[in-house]
Write a protein that binds this ligand. Sequence first.
Ligand code: AMP
Ligand code: ZN
Length: 137
Amino acid sequence: MSNPSSSSSSSPPPSSSPPEHVSKADCLFCKIRDGQIPATIVYRDERVLAFKDIGPKAPLHQLVIPLDHIETLAEAAPAHEALLGHMMLTAAQLARDAGHGDKGFRVVMNSGVGAGQTVFHLHLHILAGRSFGWPPG
Ligand code: AMP
Ligand code: ZN
């Protein structure tokens, strides 16, 4: 007896399928990456995504995240070395693109509750457009 639903011939996934990334259920930034929560996306490539921070602390406030879910910088591994460098260079490019390359900008990565991290998907803040104090609060 033939049963079409149990056919052993499976078709390959369409070549336009989006790549799968390391994810964590209920992660806010994984949901932004997947388009499940809206954000103002400013840059995307095969490794990172950048979008405007919803609560800007400076005239320019964008976040660069890895597409893969990594919770904190403390958990980053040697295998992430190139990715972390790419995040920094992406931040610098975005700051330059927004006209802050010469005037100056700040990048911040909070790692852990004690440092003020509130979203546990690694992210680099890019802040620019005002003066910044030192040491940071
Ligand atoms: P941190 O405190 O270092 O973990 O930074 C988390 C950042 O994510 C904060 O600056 C928030 O304003 C920002 N944020 C939270 N929810 C959203 C969202 N839905 N879209 C964009 N940025 C967000
Ligand atoms: Zn995530």
